[in-house]
Design a protein around this ligand. Sequence first.
Ligand code: FES
Ligand SMILES: [Fe+2]
Length: 382
Amino acid sequence: MRQERQIELLERVAAAGPRLVGLHGDASATNPASAYTDRDRFDIEQRVLFREGPVFFGLSGDVPSPGSYASMRIGGVPIVVVRQPDGSVRAFVNACRHRGAPLVEPSGRGDGLRTFNCPYHAWTYELSGELRARPLTGGAFDDVAADCDLIERPVAERYGMIFVRPEGDDAIDVDAFLAGAEDDLAAFGLGDYVHIESRSSEWNMNWKMFFDTFSETYHIRTLHKDSIGPVFDANGILFEPFGRHLLAVGLRNDTALEFDKPKDEWSLLPYGTIQYFLVPNALVVHQLDHFEIWTVEPISVGRTRTTASMYAPAEPQSTREREYFVKNLDLLLGVTLNEDFPVMQEIQATLESGALPELVYGRIEPPLIHFHRAVDEAIAAG
Ligand code: FES
Ligand SMILES: [Fe+2]
């Protein structure tokens, strides 16, 4: 993150006072339980936010060289992104044009692909999506008039990030989508980052609960009292909106130490967990020396798949260096999967029981309020 941005954000922390009250939002809000449980609403969210997109797909480093591919389901649509021989990326529906089998695993990645080879009856496709062969069929498909090339979807690669549109043909304007967040994101140099490891798991929670978990630090003092609680400041969170997206920075409780230095030496990075929420499906987290990126794949109104990925600034030069990053992923998942998501599952079950009419978001949780308002506005517009 550019230093002037770090100073600007730290100035807001300094001005917020020792209890960070100055970081609080203008007004509290409530959200009906149905926002998390209504199936019709979920279908609209899937269409408007996830399928019509655009949505974040991953980093350039997820598909580092020609023949590298990555896949995931977005709004139910299986998408594969593959790096072409000329270095560009293309996105396809990850489904064979014969009878629809996935060409590569539905959620995964790999390298060295020369053609797509369907695992069901062995139709093959060029990386450009063109049907290459239907082997060993004795000409049995020669009379087929249907288009049998892969279905291509719009994709854009910018600032080291890849975005796709799972439904519709409109080209993706990345800057318009990021709504100003591209300034910071471009400065991160994400294009140089190297994928270390990804881990996925499924939870009985609405997809928005994923963002709820990360969008306030208020719970850290209590829910995480035995893990990260002692290290972080639970009094407030730095928040800036960018269109439907947002920046939320969680602060360590010793951030004020930085204010003893001359201002032009201030650095936020040792104190802040810098989180970009790219609505609807990604959380880009900048830690001091690495990036953690989460993606969410809603499966149903009450079930969500999450994937956490670790990226290093360069290829680790030793096993020990690689283990350092893996250990960071262990720590992150240790807290999130053991402390956060289990509570989210209980909340989801309670909301589905109909026993609670609404949830309350306080002024100490401004990213939470912005996120839900942005989702409401997007589905109202769609
Ligand atoms: S489904 Fe792919 S070859 Fe039959
Ligand atoms: Fe948490």
